[in-house]
Design a protein around this ligand. Structure first.
Ligand SMILES: [Zn+2]
Ligand SMILES: [Zn+2]
Ligand SMILES: [Zn+2]
Length: 128
């Protein structure tokens, strides 16, 4: 992947936690992470560390890293029509709130790691 200036231009954001202007993580709708300007030069992607570790190719994972979002879709778990996100290793989509529960994130988006890292990334529907 080469540097994507268009993406950078269209996805500027401000990180209140770190007080910096930067670029949104590709999974911003899920992780709300803002990357510093130098990120691409260092990492050659637009994924925050969390997304890279949980959904990407880090370690033995073979996730797609960049998840797909669909604004209004009926979630197969809670049956609400909401913003949905795809799993890292298949194309099933569930809503962000169910996704966070499945991935053992907290509802507020903070990421408490659990011991069972394998379960973290499995799809509730096809177990991939
Ligand atoms: Zn991210
Ligand atoms: Zn749901
Ligand atoms: Zn699946």
């Amino acid at each position: 992947m080469s540097r994507d200036i268009t993406y950078e231009e269209q996805n500027k954001g401000y990180c209140e936690i770190n007080g910096i202007n930067g670029i949104k993580c590709k999974n911003y709708k899920l992780c709300k992470a803002i990357l510093p300007d130098w990120w691409y030069e260092c990492k050659e992607n637009y994924l925050c560390t969390n997304c890279h570790m949980l959904f990407g190719t880090w370690g033995t994972n073979n996730g797609k890293g960049e998840l797909e979002f669909e604004d209004i879709l009926e979630c197969p778990i809670c049956l609400e029509k909401r913003l949905c996100v795809s799993y890292p290793r298949c194309n099933h989509k569930i809503c962000i709130s169910c996704f966070k529960k499945c991935m053992y994130f907290n509802e507020d988006g903070s990421d408490e790691q659990t011991d069972n890292i394998e379960n973290l990334k499995k799809c509730c529907l096809c177990r991939k």
